[in-house]
Design a protein around this ligand. Structure first.
Ligand SMILES: NC(=O)c1ccc[n+]([C@@H]2O[C@H](COP(=O)([O-])OP(=O)(O)OC[C@H]3O[C@@H](n4cnc5c(N)ncnc54)[C@H](O)[C@@H]3O)[C@@H](O)[C@H]2O)c1
Length: 259
């Protein structure tokens, strides 16, 4: 940045992004770094994480990677510790890591182990992330958390009971935490992506391509979204432009949740 360049929205800020090595998380990590944030990418796959860091660094941004399993308390505690050790503080967290689980089975036929896995990552992972992030935000004098829910957190949908349940839970935890920290200068919101073309969707719907086609056809804008369209909303929720916004679940979904 030259002396005359405009101030970027996140200069001096530190942003932690779970699942930041792929899809929506990577788009957000790239966007935060592009606007001056020092970024910590936390995810399970080291090689992809290092590639994500290399891509951001090559574009002139600052990023590091910490191998993390958001379903493990020890791992999440270490993730936040690594961020603070590397950058000295935490200002923004995008708790984005998540899986779809089984999208083909009725509630009564769902497998218990797969149900637990979705809940461990999508629900417990978000709770653990907030649990260890909030004390650091308090030390920093405030900050913003954005939890990744989904349009699946706002409505029902057949054959994905664990996923829909998990994303409703993310909104419940988001609203509760927003109330608890409203007077501590910490804003906590959820973003609710609609259908966004990422690996999660490609893998999740590999066994059910007809379901993917019918989902796309139901989107009023008649298209799926791009990861950067979610990143734009996340950056807004993290920025001072949304300073009076907390406890919301913001759909970014081509009007799907309006149907
Ligand atoms: N793509 C969509 O259409 C869509 C729609 C609504 C909500 N979402 C949500 O957006 C988030 C990101 O999804 P995406 O589409 O970018 O998926 P993706 O599969 O491309 O990325 C998911 C990321 O989460 C990470 N992850 C998964 N389990 C983890 C764990 N236990 N610990 C740490 N990291 C873990 C993965 O490594 C990956 O980086 C998810 O929470 C998903 O539910 C996606």
């Amino acid at each position: 940045m030259t002396k005359n360049s405009p101030r970027r929205r996140f200069d001096g800020k530190v942003a932690l992004i779970t699942g930041g090595n792929a899809g929506i998380g990577f788009a957000a990590a790239t966007a935060f770094a592009g606007e001056g944030a020092r970024v910590m990418i936390a995810a399970r796959r080291r090689q992809e994480g290092e590639q994500a860091v290399a891509a951001i660094t090559a574009a002139g941004g600052e990023a590091r990677f910490v191998e993390t399993d958001v379903a493990s308390a020890d791992s999440v505690r270490a993730m936040v510790g690594a961020c603070v050790e590397a950058y000295g503080r935490l200002d923004i967290a995008f708790n984005n890591a998540g899986i779809t689980g089984d999208v083909t089975t009725l509630v009564a036929d769902a497998d218990e182990e797969r149900f637990d896995q979705v809940m461990e990552i999508n629900v417990k992972g978000v709770w653990l992330s907030m649990k260890y992030e909030i004390p650091e935000l308090l030390k920093a004098g405030g900050g913003a958390i954005i939890n990744c829910s989904s349009v699946a957190g706002l409505r029902g949908g057949p054959r994905s009971g664990a996923y829909y349940g998990s994303k409703h839970a993310v909104i419940g935890m988001t609203k509760t935490a927003a109330l608890e920290y409203a007077t501590h200068n910490i804003r906590i919101n959820a973003v609710c992506p609609g259908l966004i073309m990422t690996d999660l969707i490609a893998t999740g719907f590999a066994a059910a391509p007809e379901k993917l086609a019918s989902l796309t056809a139901r989107i009023p804008m008649q298209r799926s979204g791009q990861p950067h369209e979610i990143a734009d909303a996340v950056l807004w929720l993290a920025s001072s432009e949304s300073s009076f916004v907390s406890g919301v679940a913001l759909p970014v979904d081509g009007a799907l949740s309006a149907t």
